[in-house]
Design a protein around this ligand. Structure first.
Ligand SMILES: Cc1ncc(COP(=O)(O)O)c(C=O)c1O
Length: 421
């Protein structure tokens, strides 16, 4: 601990349990005290250039004045009111806007409080959809190896069973069907066979469109997404697009599905929905999926309702974030970042141990052959004045879409310097 460490850091440290961390050997995390744009200020006086956008949420950079103003106004008026039985303007407005923004007839928005919960809702929705249509056998989901959909039980069950951190819980989880992403003709044949053999039991196919994020930032082509969508439909399975990472410009289009011109039956969004200010997610269904829930009996209705669903403060932030997507050229900025990241990371290709360097939209990745000491790398990046959090065998950048050329040069330069040392 340095002399400038604030009292709350040491006072709270014996009581904190950090995410994805072996606490016995954990470092005291650097104390973040304020944020602005693409900068994170630390308690010791240093300022870091942010390469993460706080787990891909802060699309417009931190503390964007338009979002803060909308939130302040909503905070004074009504920070929260229950959604069970009461309506609130920010949520209704946001639902209408999301229906307009998402492709095709994805018109019904069910709000949730985190991405994982949005995935839980999607899985329940898909099973219940078939049930309401008179088919109660469709209880399984097809998910892809390398995929990640969250840390709650249902979401863990469709996350990669070996590499996805949840191996320990295998016996606890419902058993679904895992396929390799069908990137080759043989792979596609195997995927088709799986769907054909199990079609009577499959409720849906869940996929992270174009980018498997937390599973290693692996990219695939829009064509492949089209194939997956086509075969899922052919066998009566719903297509669930988990756009929690890819949504809101991260891949260069508003949603990754847009690039493949695929309209899923259910889409999950979260993370950047509020521009990096509050936790909010949504499960968005097509008219056809929604229609199957209509009827005289409550038994046909979707039985879900998180306490803080449709929180007005979070919805006000999300509306303000959508204003910014409308007023400013975020998608153009994301595309420009792709070129900057590609140029900045290209020299890393020649470094020892580097397997691959790749970029898609505002995502830049350096992949190693072997897993490096990611904690040591994180410390070195902080010494270089950048906030970069490598995991597994990758170092990656997912900066705010408003990051400047200088920001990207500093971030990519730091990566090259640290990996060369
Ligand atoms: C694709 C995807 N789905 C779901 C989740 C889970 O979201 P949350 O952490 O908000 O529960 C994540 C989080 O990283 C994600 O990347």
């Amino acid at each position: 601990m340095s002399e400038q460490s604030p009292g709350w850091l040491m006072d709270g440290w014996p009581h904190i349990w950090l995410p994805y961390t072996q606490m016995q050997t954990a470092d005291l995390p650097p104390a973040a005290v304020s944020t602005s744009g693409t900068r994170i200020a630390l308690a010791d006086g240093r300022t870091l250039i942010d390469g993460m956008a706080s787990w891909w949420t802060a699309a417009h950079g931190y503390n964007h004045p338009h979002i803060l103003a909308a939130m302040s106004e909503q905070l004074q008026r009504m920070p929260h009111v229950m959604f069970g039985g009461l309506a609130n303007e920010p949520a209704f407005t946001l639902a209408k806007r999301l229906a307009a923004l998402t492709p095709g007839n994805l018109n019904r928005v069910f709000f949730a409080d985190s991405g994982s919960v949005a995935v839980e809702v999607a899985l329940k929705m898909a099973f219940h959809y078939h049930y309401n249509l008179g088919d109660s056998r469709r209880m399984k989901f097809v998910a892809f190896r390398g995929g990640y959909h969250g840390d709650t039980t249902g979401a863990m069950a469709v996350t990669d069973p070996d590499e996805g951190m949840h191996r320990l819980f295998r016996e606890l989880l419902p058993q679904h069907l895992f396929a390799d992403l069908p990137t080759t003709p043989d792979g596609l044949e195997r995927f088709k066979e799986l769907l054909a053999e199990e079609s009577h039991a499959i409720a849906g196919v869940i996929v992270e469109p174009l980018v498997q994020g937390a599973g290693g930032m692996k990219f695939h082509d829009p064509d492949l997404l089209q194939d997956i969508a086509g075969y899922a439909r052919h066998h009566g399975a719903l297509l669930i697009a988990d756009e929690i990472f890819t949504g809101f410009g991260r891949t260069g289009s508003m949603f990754a599905c847009d690039q493949a011109r695929v309209v899923p039956d259910i889409m999950c969004v979260g993370k950047a929905l509020t521009g990096g200010t509050m936790s909010l997610a949504a499960t968005i269904a097509t008219d056809a999926v929604y229609g199957a829930f209509l009827g005289e009996s409550d038994a046909r209705a979707l039985m879900h309702g998180p306490t803080y669903m449709a929180n007005p403060l979070a919805c006000a932030a999300a509306n303000a974030s959508l204003d910014l997507f409308e007023r400013e050229d975020r998608l153009g900025q994301a595309k420009a970042l792709e070129a900057m990241l590609a140029a900045g990371l290209a020299p890393c290709r020649d470094l020892p141990g580097v397997e691959d360097v790749r970029t898609k939209g505002a995502i830049g990745v350096v992949e190693f052959r072997r897993k490096p000491d990611v904690i040591a790398l994180r410390r070195k990046f902080i010494d270089e004045g950048v906030w970069i959090r490598p995991f597994g065998n990758i170092v990656y950048l997912t900066p705010a879409l408003v990051a400047t050329h200088d920001d990207i040069s500093a971030l990519t330069g730091a990566i090259h310097k640290v990996l060369s040392s």
